[in-house]
Design a protein around this ligand. Sequence first.
Ligand code: NAG
Ligand code: NAG
Length: 984
Amino acid sequence: MDNMKIQFLLVIIFFLFVVPASSSARDIAILLRVKSGHLGDPNGLLANWNESAPNAPCSWTGISCDRKTGQVVAIEFASFGISGRFPADFCRISTLQKLNLGDNSFGDSISPDSWSLCSHLHFLNISLNFFVGQLPEFIAQFDNLTVLDVNSNNFSGEIPASLVRLPKLQQLNIASNLLNGSIPEFLTNLTELTRLEIGSNPYKPSPLPSSIGRLSKLQVLFFRYANLVGEIPDSIRDLKSIQNFDAAMNNLTGRIPESLGELKTIQQIELFGNRFSGELPDIFSGLGSLFMFDVSENNLTGKIPESLARLHLISLNLNDNQLEGKIPESLALNPNLCQFKIFNNRFSGTLPQNLGFSDLDEFDVSGNNLEGSLPPNLCSRKKLQTLNLFNNKFNGPIPESYGECNSLAHVRIHNNQFSSELPAGFWGLARYTFLELRNNNFQGSIPASISTARGLTQLLISGNRFSGELPAEICKLEEVVIMNISKNQLSGELPSCITRLKTLQNLDLSENRITGQIPKSVSSWNDLTELNLANNQLTGEIPGELGTLPVLTYLDLAGNLLSGKIPSELSKLKLNKFNVSNNRLEGKVPLWLDDNYFVSGLRGNPGLCSLDLKPLPECPKPKSVSLYVVCILSAFAFILVGSLVCVLLKASKLLPIRSKRKSVWRITAFQRVGFTERDVLAALTDDNLIGAGGSGRVFRVKLKNGQMVAVKKLWAAKRVRESEEVFRSEVETLGRVRHGNIVKLLYTGIGDDFRILVYEYMENGSLGDVLHGEKIGFLLDWPRRFAIAVGAAQGLAYLHHDCVPAIVHRDVKSNNILLDEDFRPKVADFGLAKAMQQDTEGSDQAMSHVAGSYGYIAPEYAYTLKINEKSDVYSFGVVLLELIIGKRPNDSSFGENKDIVKWVLEGAPSSKKGEGIGHITDGSSILDLNQLVDQRMNPSSSNYTEIKNVFDVALLCTSALPINRPSMRRVVELLKDSSFPRPK
Ligand SMILES: *[C@@H]1O[C@H](CO)[C@@H](O)[C@H](O)[C@H]1NC(C)=O
Ligand SMILES: *[C@@H]1O[C@H](CO)[C@@H](O)[C@H](O)[C@H]1NC(C)=O
């Protein structure tokens, strides 16, 4: 017995001291060798890796040892900021089971050999790093690996077939990489899997593996953004443990399968953004655990099944389908419902009046055919934040109880038939940021209590019957950006304090009955871009102080009783819109306005006169002696210049233009060219054709003097009128414009059946061709793309800010940005360009149809047809995205009906926060961007900060609301700042 005890003790002592001592010495050596070999440790977290530390290496940061044996079992560096190559040598520690390198700056590719060193691990996490290349093959048998997480790196290529050598794998996460092979069927051989997350990769279109049902232990399936096609396989009925089924944002077709109804364990179904059609099957009666259900953005038809209404859902999302019928009354009785979103369907009838006895925070039924009154208790729990009811036919008053709904922040109930006064409390709810009541029949006055809605940024209440005075308390809305109270019945004077609203960008009070004068002390209006006070009863003079507003571009004071002269100070403004028509202004039109572009905005003022603007009465001729002298001198100068021009023209036999139109002449006379019309026409052969577009064909012509030019010949015959417009627009615009980033027009010619335009030749064609063309051998690297972005932005900024009147290009796209031999960009193709305020009826009706190119058109364009330089900013944002992502804005890989902007907004992995258990939301934005960036340009890691910043600018430019887009001048600044990392 004693002997055995002693032996036992010896064994214990042996294990406690002898074995650990020798193995830890070896482990220490391994650890230190790896650290000194190639680990970058900017935060110094491994500083205590010191041989002489007590209990080394178990006391070192990041190292864990087995309590009993004292051997190193885990190395965990999560979020240490460490860099280096994959430290495979750590795996030489034979007792190591867990290696977690997640969220660091490790990079480079991983060879199968070093990978194999780690085949004894149980847990391997290298997610959120910068690894590239193929996912390494598993050449050894990884017998014990249960967790493999490589998400959010830059791995590309196929999913390795050797993955099936991982017999015990329970969790596999390869999401958010650049894997571009197909999704293999053999994944379903990994039958121990409980989590399978492979989404957010640019796979080849693949079906969901048909034998997916073999994964009977699977709890989480994350296949979002995986380019899935075809139908959901029937075998999903065998996913007996599934909790979260996420195949959203793919191209899945067919019906929502009935077999979903057999997944008794399911909690969350995310199938939004596919192409499912048919009716929603009645599958819900057995799904007692389901709490989130999202099939929005499909093509579903029919009604909401009654059984859905009986679930204890937290979130129901059916928007953007073609569902119809009434909303089942029983939905209202669901005690858990927090989010109720059924917008953009065809639901009719009334809302269940019992809705609201749950913690509802988001209620969105906009875009249906709903009518009747609102459920009185919708906000009974005081949790409701978002109330979207717009574009329906609701009527009646807003229920009194809504005036106590203190949680409300975002209210959009426009385009309904609501009437009566608003409940008193409803005006001033303290959490408001957005209040949109447009186009209803509300009445009553705006009460002083509105001042408690301190955080309101947009107050859009036009098109109602609000009356009374605008209360001075409205000046307490210190964060308001857009205030539109137009088309109401407001009377009385403007509270003078309104000029203290510093953040105001857009103030529209038009079409009311406001009296008094326009306030003078406007120096706080530093952000105001649009001021519309048209069609009121304002009196007095136009204050010259308006000329000091730094960014005012839209000024409409038409239809008032304003008198006096047009103040000369206004000449400092860069106006897109200037309308003072139908007032009582008098005196001479100042020189800066003496231009046809502004004439419609001056009409209807009997006292206004001009020297030469046609419909206005002529001013009496001045008679002073000094003026006579000036006239004689100018006449002399005119003759001199005229004869000089004649001599030049004769010398070069340059008399191409038969039409006597002044504007056309003006253009050609500015440019000295050494060729004739005949030279050019002779060269317009098919051999020289380099492109054809909507308005004509483009040729490359080498002139006798060796100069290369590009000649655009506009279509004639049937499309004469259209091409005439394009021609005039091009000539008038480019004739006025001189800038290094705008293509130079050299010469124009008009024949009976043709119009030609001759430009400087741009060696490298259009940006679109270079980015997307077949010249695979040649690709733009990032620095070049960045320089192109800045140059093109400067060209556009010149059009918007330095030309008077400003010019809106209206067709900004990569194909209209040309590249010279040094890849300097020049904006071209002004066929659709418009000078602001050219049309007589004001900008609202300026366009008879949507112009521009699909994928680049700003969203507001489609419904307002309103010209605005911010539409160019949007299109330019699209070009920036194109430069970063390397795809055309309507590339088919973005999915049907989806353009690059929509794709980026929905596709960026961090944009749908919180939705889907398996969704990766914690990646830094740089990593998210990794997935988007055009890998053909081989970005170095140092490019990424710049790319990220340009990406941010692109997102700003493509904001849905024009008001949120920066001006082009600001875009130039922001882009230039990108070269320097911004302070955090
Ligand atoms: C797997 O783990 C078991 C038990 O921990 C161990 O005996 C076996 O050697 C391990 N296999 C490998 C390849 O490391
Ligand atoms: C997957 O499992 C099936 C059925 O057991 C087998 O026939 C097939 O060879 C396996 N695939 C791979 C790649 O091992």
